[in-house]
Design a protein around this ligand. Structure first.
Ligand code: TYM
Length: 336
């Protein structure tokens, strides 16, 4: 990271779970903003592999998915020389601060997290305590680095709120230990919906693969998935309540082309959904193609990935240790 940090540079931090190939939702809701913010700020981006074990997986799968997600972050163009790109489990302070913060979080406030309710319904056979304390580990991820801004999609907003509440509570007892982070949620793309059930979020863990576009999908697959996206029977392209499928495709098209909704409505005036879907598919495929190619290239160079991850871990650890030392002292742990 740049040591000559100028006054107006912000510390921007965000992580993505190592729980499968990321989707167009991850890209438009988070990654695209990360890439833009990385130009002018001190950025810390990471793979949340500790969070990923709240859902059971084979050791080899977790390892592969973590490396793949890390390669995807590099492929986004997050320069590991200028930014910190790291894996959460390489910095042990995350788990330590997570424990400390557990003791400053009320059971009732953690119980209100909607993502916990959703996930425990989906994984009814494994409602582990980690799933419940998940947002507190996320708070630790953020607070360790004194982040100013956290670019996320809409679904993480509540986790940012609890992070601020925990930090404010801790600060009210011990003084100014943590910076209160602001969420950064893009105007468009913060909630990309399923292509098959446009009332639901697009998610990489959806059992129906036609519901999401994965960032590694070929152009052919992208075209097929968008062609089969659920719409309505009106056959007129405009943004309105009750047109969730079309609204979603318009949002995706807008994010990929920079055109606003009025422009898109004019462009497809008098045309049917076939033309519209073909244009959306082309825009998405063009947006993702360079990323996919770069990703495939980086994945072939395991040594480069390892070197970047080691450097990322070292730089992240230096910051995390500094915050942790302060926390331990404030709480009253005996210092050696
Ligand atoms: P995760 O891995 O589910 O998603 C990573 C990022 O992608 C965004 N996102 C979406 N945005 C728009 N539309 C969608 N359909 C969509 N799906 C996902 C998410 O909002 C997120 O920004 N708990 C986090 C990971 C995490 C984290 C952190 C984030 C762990 N520690 C610290 C920020 C700061 C998660 O599960 O994101």
């Amino acid at each position: 990271m740049d040591n000559n940090t100028s006054e107006n540079k912000k510390t921007v931090l965000s992580l993505v779970q190592a729980s499968g190939t990321p989707t167009l939702g991850n890209y438009l809701g988070a990654f695209k903003n990360w890439k833009e913010m990385a130009r002018d700020n001190d950025c810390i981006f990471g793979v949340a592999d500790l969070h990923a074990i709240t859902v059971r997986s084979k050791p080899a799968d977790l390892r592969r998915r973590s490396v793949e997600m890390y390669a995807m972050l590099l492929a986004l163009g997050l320069d590991p020389e200028k930014n910190i790109v790291f894996m959460q489990s390489h910095v042990q302070e995350h788990a330590l601060l997570g424990w400390v913060l557990n003791c400053y979080t009320q059971f009732g406030e953690a119980s209100r997290m909607t993502q916990f309710k959703d996930k425990s319904a989906r994984h009814a056979d494994n409602v582990n305590v980690g799933l419940f304390t998940y947002p507190i580990l996320m708070a630790a991820d953020i607070l360790l680095y004194q982040a100013d801004m956290v670019p996320v999609g809409d679904d993480q907003k509540q986790h940012l709120e609890i992070t601020r509440d925990i930090a404010a509570r801790f600060n009210s007892i011990y003084g100014d230990v943590f910076k209160l982070p602001e969420p950064y949620i893009g105007k468009h793309g913060a909630k990309i919906l399923s292509l098959q059930e446009p009332e639901k979020k697009m998610s990489k863990s959806d059992p129906n693969v036609k519901a999401f576009i994965s960032l590694t999908d070929s152009t052919d697959t992208v075209v097929k998935k968008i062609k089969s996206a659920v719409t309505d029977s009106e056959a007129r392209v405009y943004y309105a309540e009750g047109k969730a499928g079309i609204n979603n495709l318009m949002t995706i098209y807008s994010c990929c082309t920079g055109k606003d909704f009025a422009e898109i409505e004019r462009e497809f005036d008098g045309k049917g959904y076939g033309d519209f879907k073909a244009a959306v598919a082309e825009a998405v495929a063009e947006e993702l193609r360079p990323l996919r190619e770069e990703y495939e290239h980086i994945l072939t160079d395991k040594q480069y990935i390892e070197k970047c991850a080691a450097e990322g871990a070292e730089k992240a650890s230096a910051i995390a240790r500094r915050t942790m030392r302060k926390v331990m002292k404030k709480v009253g742990f005996y210092q050696l």
